[in-house]
Ligand binder design. Structure first.
Ligand SMILES: [Mg+2]
Length: 267
């Protein structure tokens, strides 16, 4: 716990870590307020790109969690940073919800419509958590991948939690579809657990990685990113990971607690 106490920045996953469908995790608000009172930086990081940043801020406000837009990081932010750094800007084909498209447009991107995508030359195709996915979008994305246009996916999660024990297919499942269709083409992934996400967090927090704690409930994203990058990894058992899953994995966190409430006394 000493490493955790010494952290100057705390980054929290959202679903399963701070709330469940049923509401906030007991003690989560007190934990977040304590982080702020202690003078540490607080950030939220979600891979879920099915809604806009504003929707996330609204949700955090509804839960009465302390949150400003600067404290929120999504895997769409990591995608934007990647696209800009690699000059894959402004024209893209985004496989994404209307809300996310509007957000990219508000940041200066040109998101080609389904009608325009194949007739134009987008600089990149970006695959996000599109809950409005249609067969037309699947066919366009497939064609663009075959044309060798840079192919970026916001995150690798196979499933998105609905409740603690029920899920719906997420971007990792879409990636598998295109991998099958294109005989093995894989995207560049930019959200948790990739180094692109680590870079984004490090740039924002501006402290050494071993002074950043990442708290999450998913082993192959939250914990893998923290352990491989040298952050302090904290697994909470309030979400999807069970004791038996933890026994069977290579993604071993430094710290395991039942929930964020258990961390308050170390701040
Ligand atoms: Mg989670």
């Amino acid at each position: 716990m000493q490493q955790f106490s010494a952290c100057q920045a705390i980054v929290c996953d959202l679903d399963g870590t701070l709330y469940l469908e049923s509401g906030p995790i007991p003690g989560a608000k007190d934990f977040l307020n304590r982080v702020c009172e202690s003078g540490r930086q607080l950030y939220y990081f979600t891979n879920n790109t099915s809604v806009s940043r504003q929707k996330w801020i609204d949700k955090l406000a509804t839960l009465d969690f302390p949150a400003s837009p600067e404290q929120l990081i999504t895997s769409a932010d990591c995608a934007e940073a990647y696209l800009r750094r690699h000059s894959l800007y402004p024209t893209i084909y985004l496989v994404g919800n209307t809300e996310l498209k509007k957000e990219f447009v508000s940041r200066g991107f040109i998101c080609l419509s389904e009608e325009q995508a194949l007739a134009s030359e987008p600089l990149a195709v970006v695959l996000s958590f599109d809950t409005e996915l249609s067969y037309q979008k699947i066919c366009i994305c497939y064609e663009l991948i075959l044309r060798d246009i840079p192919y970026i996916a916001t995150h690798p999660d196979k499933l998105c939690p609905v409740t603690r024990t029920t899920f719906k297919p997420d971007v990792g499942s879409f990636i598998a579809l295109f991998e099958t269709a294109t005989d093995g083409r894989r995207p560049i992934i930019v959200g948790k657990p990739t180094m692109e996400a680590v870079r984004f967090i490090s740039d924002k927090a501006n402290v050494a990685r071993h002074k950043i704690a990442f708290i999450g409930d998913r082993l192959y994203t939250d914990i893998r990113m923290a352990t491989t990058s040298g952050m302090v990894s904290v697994l909470v058992l309030s979400g999807e990971t069970t004791a038996s899953m933890l026994e069977d994995t290579m993604d071993q966190p430094l710290i395991v607690v039942n929930s964020v409430a258990d961390l308050i006394k170390y701040l």
